[in-house]
Design a protein around this ligand. Structure first.
Ligand SMILES: Cc1cc2nc3c(=O)[nH]c(=O)nc-3n(C[C@H](O)[C@H](O)[C@H](O)COP(=O)(O)OP(=O)(O)OC[C@H]3O[C@@H](n4cnc5c(N)ncnc54)[C@H](O)[C@@H]3O)c2cc1C
Ligand code: SF4
Length: 522
């Protein structure tokens, strides 16, 4: 195993080993660049994953204290859990479902296509779909996404068959088992999906792509990457010239360490990334690093979400097979005749009994609740996920008084739904119910949004240093050797699940970093 001294100031330090950080680490290591990955979470493996919802949650989720504010329902239901994301080697790619969709062309140009929407901070991305296409193709190949690269789709379980039957009756056309980063046949030294179910608890067979057992071991094999689990970064340091020089972190024994760096890439997911930039404020950068625009922490997006379940006379057993077993894409278009801008996807989703009880109607009880739980085996479920509006005041800030165990201010996540999000959710709920009614449901019901699984924005990319944090390569406008390498870069959120785009941007960023390092621009 390669190790680098903490005094080695020629390494690239990457903070976080999830979709963004893990991919970037491998891409750089393959190019011969020395990388140190600092990951706050512990090492797990398919063997140590636990197929039990709450135990797995305790094993993988980020449970450090956070607070919430704003009118979103999550602030009421889960005041200290704004987001459902991970602290573990591999980050949230251990937990995720695997849906891997490209953004659509118009979603990179929302200001142009949607116009000005009051209360929304819309902006065009500084990069187009055309420019990203070759990188999307590489990401799909790397992740083994079904229905790309000649990889067949997954078979589809009962939960999918019920949704597909209803959707087709309603006239929906784009209905299939999805573009999933799950092996439908053996590939990349990993076996095919065994349809065991409970993909959110970590894939026991390794069929689902996760940086834990793909990117990170491949990077390690080059001899150019050192991964340090249980290493929590609390500060990024800089010199008098305003260049970053390294990071301060606490190692697995709770000892403070200082790792020098030529370059620092932050990939802590969209709450921890801006938090770290804000925590690193100094005399030279009193508002936090890379924050001359004042945009660090702002434009936090989480996607418009909600779920619909249908109750059927006959059993469905939605929990058998892949968690996200299929998709309806017809509503993902931008079509303001429906009363809102942007679009949404309908994706099957199955929760186990413990999570169903927790998320069905938090704080609720009574006859309906008991009847849904009694009929758990007869339920089919879908998740609705659509583009939400970026807003300046939907933001991550540092808490004025509460600190974590390292003495750092904890983050507060403020979120108010935009009227566009509310109109879209209402439409999506109605269409979801109609799908199940068309499939013969006895009744269909809605459940409110869970803590955010898709966290985006907060360090958005843009053409100008005036209104954005980083450029089209994730390089911060203010500090040339500081990069944003996760979904925090997103200018707007699109309707699609974000991870394929995070991986795509990481592949492209690695190419740019390598060029910049070779030309000694950074
Ligand atoms: C249940 C669930 C299902 C999902 N399903 C899908 C899906 O089907 N499709 C899809 O596209 N997306 C899905 N997602 C979202 C997806 O997992 C995330 O978009 C993606 O993992 C984000 O990548 P990231 O690199 O930004 O962050 P992460 O993958 O979360 O990685 C961030 C890492 O940084 C580490 N870290 C943070 N702060 C520090 C620090 N200060 N020091 C050291 N380390 C730090 C964390 O511990 C973590 O390991 C799902 C998420 C969940 C929770
Ligand atoms: S259903 Fe397939 S992808 Fe999901 S956990 Fe099981 S083997 Fe892995």
């Amino acid at each position: 195993m390669t190790t680098f001294p903490t005094t080695d100031d020629s390494v690239v330090v990457i903070i976080g080993s999830g979709a963004g950080g893990g991919t970037l680490a491998n891409e750089l290591a393959q190019k011969g660049i020395k990388v140190v990955v600092l990951e706050a979470g512990a090492m797990q493996s398919p063997a140590s994953f636990i197929n039990d919802e709450w135990k797995s949650f305790s094993q993988l989720a980020w449970l450090d204290n956070r607070t919430t504010s704003g009118s979103w329902r999550v602030a009421k239901d889960f005041p200290n859990l704004p987001a459902w994301i991970c602290k573990t080697v591999g980050g949230t790619t251990t937990h995720w479902a695997g849906a891997s969709l490209r953004f659509q062309e118009h979603e990179f140009k929302t200001r142009t296509h949607y116009g000005e929407i009051a209360g929304a901070n819309l902006m065009d991305w500084p990069v187009t779909l055309k420019e990203l296409e070759p990188y999307y193709a590489r990401a799909e190949d790397k992740m083994g996404v079904t229905r790309t690269n000649g990889i067949p789709g997954l078979p589809g379980n009962n939960n999918f068959k019920v949704m597909a039957a209803g959707a087709k009756k309603l006239g929906y056309k784009e209905v299939h088992t999805g573009n999933m980063a799950i092996n439908s046949q053996p590939r990349d030294d990993r076996g095919r999906c065994m349809q065991i179910g409970f993909c959110f608890q970590g894939c026991k067979s390794g069929a689902k792509w996760s940086t834990l057992y793909t990117e990170l071991p491949k990077a390690e094999k080059t001899g150019n990457m050192e991964l340090r689990p249980e290493s929590h970064v609390t500060r990024i340091e800089h010199n008098a010239a305003g260049k970053v020089t390294g990071v301060v972190y606490f190692d697995k024994d709770g000892k403070e360490q200082r790792q020098k760096a030529r370059l620092v890439c932050v990939a802590g997911n969209s709450i921890e990334t801006p938090r770290l930039l804000l925590l690193s404020a100094s005399n030279m950068f009193p508002d936090g690093l890379a924050n001359s625009s004042g945009q660090v922490g702002r434009n936090y997006m989480r996607h418009m979400t909600g779920s619909v379940y249908g109750m059927f006379k006959n059993p469905v057993h939605m929990y058998k097979g892949t968690t996200m077993a299929g998709i309806v894409r017809d509503e993902a278009r931008h079509d303001t005749k429906r009363g809102f801008a942007g679009g949404y996807e309908m994706e099957t989703l199955a929760l186990g009994i413990p999570f169903m009880a927790a998320f069905l109607n938090p704080g609720g009880w009574g006859k309906d609740f008991a009847s849904y739980m009694d009929n758990y085996t007869h339920l089919a479920g879908m998740w609705l996920v659509g583009e939400d509006m970026p807003r300046e005041n939907n933001r991550v800030t540092l808490h004025a008084s509460l600190k974590d165990k390292w003495g750092s201010a904890i983050p507060n996540v403020h979120f108010d739904d935009h009227a566009n999000d509310i109109a879209m959710r209402e439409h999506a709920f109605r269409q979801g119910e109609r799908v199940y009614q068309a499939a013969g449901a006895i009744k269909a019901f809605r459940t409110p949004p869970y803590p955010s699984t898709h966290n985006m924005g907060t360090c958005r990319m843009g053409a100008s240093a005036k209104d954005s944090v980083c450029n089209a390569y994730g390089q911060t406008h203010d500090i040339a050797n500081l990069f944003i390498s996760d979904g925090s870069q997103f200018t707007t959120g699109g309707a699609e699940n974000p991870t394929l785009t995070i991986v795509t941007l990481a592949i492209r960023q690695a190419e740019y970093i390598a060029q910049q390092m070779t030309s000694r621009a950074i």
